[in-house]
Design a protein around this ligand. Structure first.
Ligand code: SF4
Length: 404
């Protein structure tokens, strides 16, 4: 199949959508043509002009038609944080762990269309046969947390940590799924593994069987919450600030530490606060508070439960009628849980409706574009990991998938 380049006739030169990033308008989740969307980001990937002003109804009709025509040649994977107009087309819905497993099992088809963010599509490419084309509808759908671990910064930190610890240093790297494929490869080559929020405690337990210390990146909060939950005191976890010489720490602090936490975070989950939890408890005395472990440590401590999006979904689905849930995770999932559980009250801890801005870049216009291109025999936005990176990142991913 031919590749379509953004310089082909019919492309807009650049679709730039500006908005004030400090505000998240409450009508932001209402379906509108791509050109009218109050984007939460400063730019989007180029797209042929004809898709810009298509109404939500027309896009829906065109997506449904193309999807039907492609049949079993294609599987659509959708992350929980995707908007309704997109998730309705997903053959498989889940968190990054569940979707990685689904991707691994897709052997006989031609295309995986990954409605998620870039690192997830990369992992799907690594986990599938060479002949499967993995497509990300909008190449601008990255992850701000993953971007906080620049490979060069990680390589430098690794060297500096070993220099500071001196001879006999025993460190293994663990990367959250939310990282670039070359960092997964870095980890795989050094005896480490990938983890997700579903299996982080088991991944850390595996890592401690390999070495005395763990370098955990890019999310400091998942690392701290997981380590603390395993009984590691806070003063045995040190923060590595990649913007400062020697990570802004000392050899003494590093020698004492069992977990070295990369100073990265999720912008969506950092919005949740202890004050929001206290307010929810004042307003609903019987409320159960459940948050994602990408939230800050004090937020996780103040909540009743914490866990992956799968765990959050299951807890709410399985709770008795009349339950009240305050949830600390992305708004599209929270809204969906309320719709699916009309006999319960489910609301977001954060009163400002704020989706994950990068997940939100998968507008239905992008879905229509890549599906219709496939119908014409053209693969757009294929995500392909090079052979060397693929080899070692597969090692790191398979160690995760083999966890008991
Ligand atoms: S919710 Fe946070 S960690 Fe997840 S994709 Fe969005 S920015 Fe990345």
């Amino acid at each position: 199949m031919a590749a379509l380049t953004p310089t082909a006739p019919g492309f807009v030169e650049k679709l730039v959508l500006y908005t004030d990033p400090s505000t998240c308008p409450t009508d932001a989740l209402i379906p509108v043509p791509l050109a009218d969307e109050p984007a939460f980001v400063s730019w989007q990937q180029d797209i042929p002009r004809e898709y810009l002003n298509m109404s939500p109804e027309e896009l829906d009709r065109r997506i449904a038609f193309a999807r039907r025509q492609l049949g079993t040649r294609l599987a659509i994977l959708g992350h929980h944080y995707q908007r309704e107009e997109v998730i309705k087309y997903a053959d498989f819905v889940g968190d990054s762990f569940k979707l990685a497993r689904e991707a691994q099992q897709q052997k006989d088809l031609e295309f995986i269309l990954f409605c998620g963010v870039h690192f997830m599509a990369e992992s799907a490419d690594v986990l599938t046969n060479e002949g499967v084309h993995v497509i990300l509808p909008n190449m601008a759908a990255g992850c701000s947390m993953a971007d906080m671990a620049d490979p060069d910064d990680v390589y430098q930190a690794w060297d500096e940590i070993h220099e500071m610890l001196g001879e006999g240093a025993s460190v293994v790297p663990v990367t959250y799924m939310n990282s670039a494929a070359n960092l997964k490869a870095f980890v795989g080559e050094r005896g480490g593994l990938v983890c997700t929020s579903s299996n982080a405690p088991r991944a850390l337990a595996y890592a401690f069987e390999q070495a005395e210390k763990v370098l955990f990146f890019p999310d400091q909060h998942l690392g701290r919450n997981t380590g603390f939950g395993m009984g590691i005191p806070l003063d045995e976890m040190v923060l590595w600030n990649f913007r400062m010489p020697h990570g802004g720490t000392t050899p003494e602090a590093l020698k004492k530490a069992r977990v070295i936490l990369w100073q990265g975070h999720c912008s969506t989950h950092q919005r949740f606060s202890v004050e929001q939890i206290e307010k929810a408890r004042r307003e609903y005395p019987d409320v159960k508070v459940i948050v994602h472990p990408e939230c800050r440590w004090e937020v996780v401590q103040a909540a009743d439960m914490n866990g992956s999006t799968e765990k959050i979904s299951n807890a709410i689905h399985e709770s008795p009628a009349g339950s009240v849930w305050a949830v600390g995770t992305e708004i599209n999932l929270v809204n969906r849980l309320q719709v699916q559980n009309p006999d319960k009250k489910v609301f977001c801890l954060d009163p400002v409706i704020c989706p994950c801005s990068t997940m939100y870049r998968i507008h239905p216009a992008y879905l229509a574009w890549v599906l219709e291109a496939l119908l014409q025999g053209v693969v757009v936005n294929e995500v392909k990991v090079d052979a060397e990176t693929r080899k070692w990142s597969l090692v790191a991913l398979e160690r995760m998938l083999a966890l008991p």
